[in-house]
Design a protein around this ligand. Structure first.
Ligand code: NOJ
Ligand code: CA
Length: 680
């Protein structure tokens, strides 16, 4: 702990004339960031684009629980500039190659008193936006950071519209997005998407969230936001020993919606792959014993409606084998679901199956058929019970050939039970943590590392948000982290027609989502209709990226839709390139994606409640090549509002580069097109 600071006189502060710490611009020169200190020695930054302010003077700093704030009385000690350009390859992803071209300015600030603490702000500026982080070097007058709050500000220069979900509320990230003037945001999760009045598009987020607490954005006044870290049961929101770096605070900046989507800012700010060869993970599609539990037809718990029986597992494995699905997810296979598991999880065993589910028999049956089970570990938020069994559970899964596991943390946010497994029977001690506090960030990392040791990929539900860590840990393949398909089972029109075309420009900017598309029956619990046409269920495979894509419906329903199943069977889960060829935030999103393993392209996506006709330009195709376009689209008269949601049309035509195609999207509609080169 630092010695009590002597009164730093206002005089001294005023005498230290404001020194311009420096500016750094994007490689194309459009974005210019200034780092400086005020007359009182408060570090701040500002961002301009094309000479217009985007972020006006915004302060930087920290409050601690046991030390003076790092907020004023700083001077610039050093500044170092650098430029870097390189290309790297993703083992799987929305595109195979990623270009990282940025300019950097690292400014080290030191306090002006006799026991000065120092801190470095590293600012990286790309054509696509900016990222900066704090670095706490090893130093004599500061050893442990007990962070009460991060004081980073984001002072948005003009008015505009925000798409956001509330942070610090009970339902984690599983909210419908609000679309409001920026001035009406309260406390928001990131990514938060903004369209300024002049059309500039922004997305606020963070990159490389490691051993730190997730950042929320709290609107202070007007358009001024401040970082607000997810709380911790300990008091200090983050506890770290120097030296350490914070996550990067990021702002994607673009002219339009496509600039936000075709943007690898956070991936570029993460460390390269630390796991080496991850070829054990194959991007794939899976089905599962799942929708029946979500709808309430079957139970996770034991009883006459138990979903996960040996017999049903074999039925699903047979269907997967016949239709080329690599994976079969089976939920409710393990001991612990009887009684109240929500926010509890004390009884979960991750190695012991229920008596009517023969794990060994099912996994060897799957292996014979070339199918892999997708494991399932619901924790009810009880991370200590899970951590105590983690190694044994992962080892067992590896032995059984289960190489993808869906995890789950169903508990109210702020209600994670951290019950000590050693005293599981008494389980008196309950510690409540937020889903995105430092303890949970550490937990997720632990799971990823143990899983990697056993060559297993992880797909958490009720997760911590994605901050691009899939680059460093490519076995972290997807996550939920938003309102997924399950909500369409629980209310008429579920999440509504706007939700998917909003997710594309908000949640999806953070990384792959296990949304679980492909409910072709279009009905949830009690046969309540979904806010989707049939074609939209196919368009979701192109709009909501994941390297593991589920066909979430019952196998009987998939089987009853052979034409739609043909598309689901064909659509890849791994891409060489992805482009948003038409779209506006919250309204619609049409992607063109190129298969990583063939010359095929796929075009399609999702629409909101407003019908529209788009003129799609096929200028991404290879020149001098004819493609056979197989089309699944909303049929005339289709609408999510009535039974006409089932109306789907099939078409096929020849297209080539430079052609355009007129495409009508129904209210709540969508489309999917496969483009195969025709051999000459
Ligand atoms: C919530 C998850 O999102 C869902 O997919 C899962 O089936 C249940 N929790 C049970 O684990
Ligand atoms: Ca969920």
């Amino acid at each position: 702990m630092k010695l009590p600071r002597l009164l730093v006189t206002a005089m001294a502060a005023m005498l230290s004339a404001p020194a311009l710490a420096g500016t750094v611009s994007s490689p194309d020169g459009r974005i210019v960031v200034t780092l400086d200190v005020t007359g009182e020695g408060v570090p701040y930054y500002s961002v301009e684009r094309d000479g217009k302010p985007v972020i006006t003077d915004s302060n930087l700093g920290f409050n601690f629980t046991d030390d003076d704030p790092m907020r004023r009385n700083f001077t610039v000690q050093t500044q170092i500039s650098r430029e870097s350009e390189h290309r790297w390859e993703q083992p799987w992803g929305e595109r195979q190659f990623v270009v990282d071209h940025h300019k950097e300015l690292a400014v080290t600030y030191a306090e002006t008193d006799e026991t000065p603490r120092t801190i470095t702000v590293r600012m990286r500026v790309f054509d696509e936006g900016i990222g900066f982080r704090y670095e706490f070097p090893e130093q004599p007058h500061f050893q442990t950071a007990n962070i009460a709050e991060e004081l980073t500000e984001f002072n948005i220069a003009s008015e505009g519209t925000a798409w956001w979900i509330p942070a610090g509320d009970w339902n984690r990230y599983e909210y419908i997005y609000s679309k409001t003037p920026i001035r009406e945001v309260s406390v928001a999760h990131t990514p938060m998407t903004i369209r300024l009045e002049d059309g500039t598009h922004l997305s606020f987020h963070e990159a490389a969230l490691v051993d730190y607490s997730g950042m929320w954005l709290r609107r202070m006044d007007g358009q001024r936001f401040r970082a607000s870290l997810a709380p911790s049961s300990r008091g200090a929101k983050v506890v770290r020993d120097a030296p350490f770096d914070t996550p990067w605070r990021t702002i994607r900046i673009g002219d339009d919606a496509a600039d936000l989507v075709e943007n690898d800012l956070e991936l570029n700010l993460n460390e390269p792959n630390k796991l080496g060869d991850v070829s054990y993970f194959e991007p794939n599609k899976y089905i599962g014993i799942w929708w029946g539990m979500i709808r309430g037809d079957w139970s996770w718990a034991q009883g006459e409606n138990h979903g996960a029986t040996t017999e049903r597992a074999k039925q699903y494995i047979d269907f997967a084998a016949e239709n080329g699905f690599r994976g079969v997810l089976i939920e409710g296979w393990n001991v612990g679901w009887d009684g109240n598991w929500f926010g509890n999880g004390r009884d979960y065993s991750f190695t012991q199956a229920y008596p009517d589910f023969d794990l060994e028999e099912v996994t060897s049956y799957a292996a014979e058929k070339g199918v892999h089970l997708v494991g399932h570990h619901e924790t009810g938020g009880n991370i200590q019970v899970y951590e105590a069994q983690l190694e044994d559970a992962m080892a067992m899964n590896q032995r059984l050939g289960i190489d993808v596991i869906k995890t789950g943390y169903v508990a109210d946010a702020g209600g994670i039970i951290s019950c000590n497994a050693d005293i599981k029977d008494e389980c008196g001690e309950e510690i409540f943590e937020w889903h995105d506090g430092q303890r949970m960030v550490q937990h997720h990392q632990r799971v990823i590392e143990v899983a990697a040791k056993h060559k297993i990929a992880i797909n958490p539900h009720e997760p911590i948000k994605d901050t691009g860590l899939r680059r460093t840990y490519p076995n972290w393949v997807a996550r939920e982290g938003a309102r997924g398909q399950e909500y369409n089972a629980w209310a008429k029109f579920g999440s509504g027609p706007d939700h998917a075309p909003t997710l594309v420009y908000t949640r999806m900017l953070s990384g792959p989502m296990d949304y679980t598309p492909g409910v072709l029956g279009l009905v949830g619990d009690n046969d309540m209709p979904m806010a989707s046409t049939k074609a939209k269920q196919l368009g979701l495979y192109l709009a909501i990226y994941s390297p593991i894509q589920m066909a979430a419906d019952f196998v009987e329903s998939l089987e009853a839709h052979p034409k739609e199943l043909e598309f689901i069977r064909a659509v890849p889960a791994d891409w060489a390139e992805s482009k948003l060829i038409a779209g506006e935030v919250g309204d619609y999103a049409i992607f063109a994606r190129k298969d990583r393993n063939s010359a095929d392209w796929y075009v399609g996506g999702v629409n909101d409640a407003t019908e529209r006709t788009l003129e799609l330009a096929f200028d991404f195709l290879e020149p001098d090549t004819d493609y056979r376009a197989t089309i699944w689209k909303d049929a005339e008269g289709a609408t999510y509002l009535t039974d006409a949601r089932h109306k789907i049309a099939y078409d096929s035509k020849t297209v080539k580069r430079g052609d355009t195609m007129s495409l009508w999207l129904a209210p709540g509609g969508g489309a999917a097109i496969r483009l195969e080169p025709i051999a000459k």
